[in-house]
Design a protein around this ligand. Structure first.
Ligand SMILES: [Zn+2]
Length: 527
């Protein structure tokens, strides 16, 4: 989710050359990382790690120099590179400005080996758990992998990967991927090997090394769903995380195949409320209470496996494709489990947050002025993004909405997408032109601020609606709830202008008239 700690805490896009907008990461379109093998040695004496990364890269013809992100040692923190090989031969390289610059002579495939050591300031959190046990947790989002893993540290270039982790034998070791084997080494250490056959973005690559209590919660198809919790929290953790199986089942049935080798649910030290690491989700330490308080958080992080992890935003400025989706798909899960009232309740809470946020930060969901990926998370990309999907669902109808979602996922599974790609997928599925919809809800700030009134005369209900926001006239369907003798009848009108009066045939004088009784429109009521 990432939201718990962080948040409690126009035009554009269509022009091709600026398609990645303000996302300032320097891309190398002539190189494509295919596979990483991260050999890591951890110890109990100090926080230094020793690493060897084997990196397989495909180059196009005329490839320029290839570079990997790795924070260079300065003072206490950072990594010293001790050797670099290309196809097993030592090569000249430069490690400066937190990049290792390597020779490339494409086209073709090359493998590099980078040997390094040091203490990571971030990304790999070495600390004691709340119960005082030593622990090592990867916490990469958004671009902290470069503190401990040489890599292309941007989600545009995803790769399959392996971890080979050498650690003192008393630890339990989990990492991205399927466990291949665990070898006892002679000297009180063991090496644990994990392999993930689906490409993963570095933002959601992780390891967890400490004492864990583990349990197989269930399987969905071939995919094991497990809990990895602190031994002191064993019973509570197994109970709190058990719902992951139902969540997984719901998403597999409705969206498409689960993308990764396993789904581990891990109690962890993370700077976030939850971090959706691919197949190895980290939940904050106090997520475990034994009182099943984190079902929504679990649903959010599991939804990310499809949206954000597998179908990944191609630019940080489009992170709503990850967070807005996880927010809304958690609501869809809760609606399915507890009924439509739950959906309304969640969306009404989110609407209040969107309105509060807009008062201080009037910006669009896709905000191309943001350059720092740490700043792309906001009420806009979470709650407003979720609301946009809710409105899209109403506009298309449930069947077409889900058909479009499945098509979008099938097209961008294990790949990358931009907002336009999602729009086109939904247009193809529905046959609707959604240009205006996306333009006003995703690329324009705000929402309709409605000043409205009603009167009843001659069997006519007259509803006058004025859009008070000046910067943009929104076009939207508005549902009007007409309450008479405790029954509510809903009539729908299309609002297209700044100021309009709608005339509805109503037999008897209503007791009350309300706007949007079923929570399908993001708007603010200015009475
Ligand atoms: Zn999230």
């Amino acid at each position: 989710m990432k939201r718990e700690f962080l948040l409690l805490a126009a035009i554009a896009l269509i022009q091709a050359p600026t398609v990645y907008s303000q996302d300032v990461y320097e891309r190398n379109e002539s190189a494509d990382v295919k596979h990483y093998v991260f050999n890591l040695s951890l110890n109990d004496t100090n926080n230094e790690i020793k690493g060897e990364a084997q990196i397989t890269v495909d180059f196009k013809a005329g490839a320029k120099n290839f570079s990997l992100d790795l924070i260079k040692k300065s003072n206490e923190f950072g990594m010293d590179v001790t050797g670099v090989f290309k196809n097993d031969q030592p090569v000249q390289y430069e490690h400066a400005n937190d990049k290792i610059v390597l020779p490339s002579d494409g086209p073709g495939t090359a493998s590099y080996s980078i040997q390094y050591q040091g203490i990571a300031e971030k990304g790999l959190v070495i600390d004691t758990t709340k119960f005082g046990r030593r622990s090592f947790f990867g916490d990469n989002w958004p671009n902290l992998a470069r503190h401990w893993l040489p890599c292309v540290d941007h989600p545009y270039d995803k790769a399959t990967l392996e971890f080979k982790i050498t650690a003192p034998s008393h630890y339990d070791v989990v990492a991205t991927g399927k466990k291949i084997n665990e070898d006892d080494l002679s000297d009180g250490y063991k090496m644990t090997h994990y392999h993930e056959p689906a490409p993963v973005a570095m933002k959601v690559v992780t390891i967890g090394v400490t004492r864990f209590a583990t349990k197989l919660l269930g399987s969905v198809g071939e995919i094991p769903v497990t809990a990895w919790v602190y031994p002191e929290n064993k019973d509570e953790g197994f109970s709190d995380y058990a719902v992951a199986v139902d969540v997984m089942q719901y998403f597999v049935e409705n969206i498409g195949p689960y993308p990764y080798a396993k789904l581990a649910n891990m109690q962890a030290k993370t700077q976030w409320g939850g971090l959706e690491n691919a197949g190895t989700i980290a939940y904050f330490e106090n997520s475990v209470t034994g009182e099943n308080k984190v079902e929504g958080l679990i649903a959010h992080e599991i939804a990310h496996q499809w949206f954000g992890n597998s179908a990944t935003e191609n630019s940080w400025n489009h992170v709503w494709l990850s967070e807005g989706f996880a927010t809304y798909f958690a609501i869809l899960y809760l609606e399915n489990a507890y009924g439509d009232l739950k959906r309304k309740e969640e969306l009404e809470k989110d609407r209040t947050q969107v309105i509060e946020y807009y008062k201080t930060t009037p910006s669009a969901v896709v905000d191309n002025s943001i350059k720092d990926p740490m700043k792309v998370l906001s009420t806009n990309t979470y709650q407003k993004g979720g609301w946009v999907l809710n409105m899209l669902r109403r506009r298309l109808g449930d069947e077409t909405f889900w058909k479009g979602i499945r098509q979008y996922y099938a097209t961008y599974e294990n790949s990358n997408a931009m907002t336009d790609d999602f729009r086109k997928a939904m247009e193809t599925a529905s046959g609707h032109d959604l240009e205006i919809f996306f333009q006003q809800w995703i690329h324009t700030k705000g929402y309709p601020e409605l000043l409205w009134n009603w009167k009843y005369e001659n069997k006519k209900l007259l509803v006058s609606v004025e859009q008070k926001q000046k910067h943009h006239t929104f076009i939207f369907p508005l549902e009007i709830g007409i309450k008479t003798n405790a029954a509510t009848q809903i009539q729908k009108v299309q609002v297209k202008n700044n100021s309009e009066t709608f005339e509805l045939s109503v037999e008897t004088r209503p007791d009350e008239v309300v706007l949007d009784p079923e929570a399908w429109l993001l708007f603010e009521e200015n009475k």
